[in-house]
Design a protein around this ligand. Sequence first.
Ligand SMILES: [Zn+2]
Length: 505
Amino acid sequence: MKLEPVIGLEIHVQLKTKSKMFCGCSNRGEYEPPNTTVCPICLGQPGALPAVNKQAVEFGLLVGHALACRPASISRFDRKNYFYPDLPKGYQISQKDLPVAENGTLSFEVPEEGGRRSVTIRINRAHLEEDAAKLLHSPDGMSSFVDFNRGGTPLIEIVTEPDLRTPAEAKAFLQELRLIMRYLGVSDADMEKGHLRCDANISMREVDEDGTLGPLNPKTEVKNINSFRAVEHALEYEIKRQTKLWIDGKPIKEQSTRGWDDAKKISVAQRTKEEAHDYRYFPEPDLPPLDLTLLGQEVRGRVPELPANRRRRFAEEYGFTEAEARVFCDDQELADYAERVMSELQEWAASLETKIDWEANRRDFARLVAGWLLTKLTGLMTEKKIALAELKITPENFAELLAMLHGKKVTGTNALVILGEMIDTGADPSIIADEKSLLLSDDTEELASIAGNIVVANPAAVEDYRKGKTNSVQFLVGQMMKATRGKADPQTARELIETELKKLG
Ligand SMILES: [Zn+2]
């Protein structure tokens, strides 16, 4: 007999709508002074009436489509009653029986030794609700403060089936989900800022030698997980803790909630048993049920290309490796940039007098783009602390530089000099190359005469060459490159030097 972890996640994502879930207050309260983006509705004043934010419902439907959920025809809001200082109404408006989306799936890849493994898990549901206010506690623990700006922020809660089996799977799932939220444009999904919050449910289940699974056991819910790393750490900790209880003959018999202490790397008991009926759910009387049949169809047409598809397309259409495609597509802006550079290069290849066969050469171009974009340009941007949105280099100019490289108009060293200038001024690479005379010379006569001069000026190296020391050729090529300040192609330089040496016999 062995034990296997059974893991499910509940993820709250803050939706970046213009206004809050049930009132007209600005939804950018996190950037405003405390308690300034509030009104009687989100403060829970008696008699204030909520109204549903249409954009939030559309965002909910988008998420549902992206997670391959069954579209809801009728959706309804319910009151979830509980008392807490961050909840002035004494209840939260949420969705219980008729969520905005149900029964979906999500496939993602989990990195593991020697490659990546594809995993598909089921999504139980996604429902809309409002966020609570934010409590802040003074360091001495003597006072607490409430900032109601966050109260009423639209949330979508995504609940998975308990289909995850390892902490690494949980982390990879969350990372893919975050990326999808960003691609959909429904949330910045920044975990550190609390835009994406995760609770993890975990229990251990017996597996017989023949693979027969034991019954599901009561789950432990781990709350307060604030980073992708913390998800992994918290689950690893719980697996160890629960396995030990099992070995000690005291398996967990009761559902409980624990909080993750990321500083101490332990989970701490919070409360046991909390059933749905404790919340006394009932339909929200101030909000009529929504018929989402038409809106759902309309929103379906607005689902953008999702990360998994885009990665596949980057590999198939452009010839990027899977690893390159993944790095590009993890950042939508970077992927857009790379795509524009590739299409510029494709146009350039077709515009030449002697056309370049794109299909046969696209892997060469992809390699060039990946190398120069992901290493050289990104390196310079990090050094100069420039974000892609602030970059002065247009994809057209970047593609032009790569075309110069591909067409052997400029050496790699000089292309880097040009790139350095482009990042500061945003100027056209051919203009910079002209001004600084960085282009390779195709004047063979001139280059041959320089090669002749180099050979004459270095008798010792020529003597070494005669004695059979072949590395003296490399020295002379180096002298030639120096004399031409990178205007000679290294290959051409070598050929010309060798010709001159042979002339001497
Ligand atoms: Zn309000």
